[in-house]
Ligand binder design. Structure first.
Ligand SMILES: *Cc1c(COP(=O)(O)O)cnc(C)c1O
Length: 217
């Protein structure tokens, strides 16, 4: 049962760690089962799917965009999205700022850092991150709030490597607070590696299959 899986995980999380229940590809009924068990934060990786769920489901749900985001899709979610995890360019940040302003909102964002070995995972490197945080253009964006960083480890059974990548992200997170002292969220860890991510300093875990079961694409 979704409820049992959810509560089992929730009960093991330290108090300072926020659970994002990743409901991508899953039907409304599954979201509502987790909702009935008290979950209010859900993660989606496709804008269209998230918009549909937002329209149909209770309005006190906080929707997190966790996937790779195209600039031309930002406008569809600017009215309601609670946190955008995967911001991987200054241009995307500028677009989110623009759409937030049109909606009279300030949208919280996480900058995505590339820590995995695979080329397929998106994100900034340390230098690119620092360049953004130091720039005047960044400080002129009044309708976004960069509250932290997000990263995904390499998809591998090599636990040593995954731990090394989490450590790397944590150290970038700590170092970048010099430029952005208000950063408090470190989004790292999924079903397979969230315990290790928490050991390495994660404050937000994104868990899908361990709550909702395997996804059929
Ligand atoms: C799908 C997804 C998750 C959840 O993955 P699980 O292994 O099912 O827990 C977490 N983060 C991102 C960015 C995802 O796309």
């Amino acid at each position: 049962m979704i409820k049992d899986y959810l509560l089992d995980i929730k009960n093991t999380l330290p108090e300072h760690v926020t659970l994002v229940a990743v409901s991508k590809t899953k039907p409304d009924e599954d979201v509502m089962e987790a909702y009935a068990a008290g979950q209010r934060i859900f993660g989606e990786n496709k804008v269209q799917e998230m918009v549909g769920k937002w329209e149909r489901l209770p309005k006190d749900i906080k929707w997190h965009m966790i996937g790779h985001l195209q600039r031309n899709k930002v406008k569809y979610m600017a009215e309601f999205v609670d946190l955008v995890h995967g911001v991987d360019s200054f241009r995307l940040l500028t677009e989110i700022n623009k759409r937030a302003e049109q909606n009279n909102r300030i949208i919280d964002c996480l900058l995505q850092i590339h820590i995995a070995e695979e080329d397929t995972k998106f994100g900034l490197d340390k230098e690119e991150l620092e360049a953004i945080l130091k720039s005047d253009e960044y400080h002129q964006l009044k309708n976004i709030n960069v509250v932290g960083l997000m990263g995904m480890a390499t998809f591998t059974d090599d636990k040593t490597q995954v731990r090394r990548e989490f450590k790397q992200l944590k150290s970038i997170f700590d170092a970048s607070k010099i430029y952005n002292p208000q950063m408090s969220v470190l989004s790292m860890g999924m079903s397979g590696d969230y315990q290790m991510a928490i050991e390495e300093g994660s404050t937000m875990v994104r868990i899908g299959s361990s709550i909702f079961g395997k996804r059929n694409y």
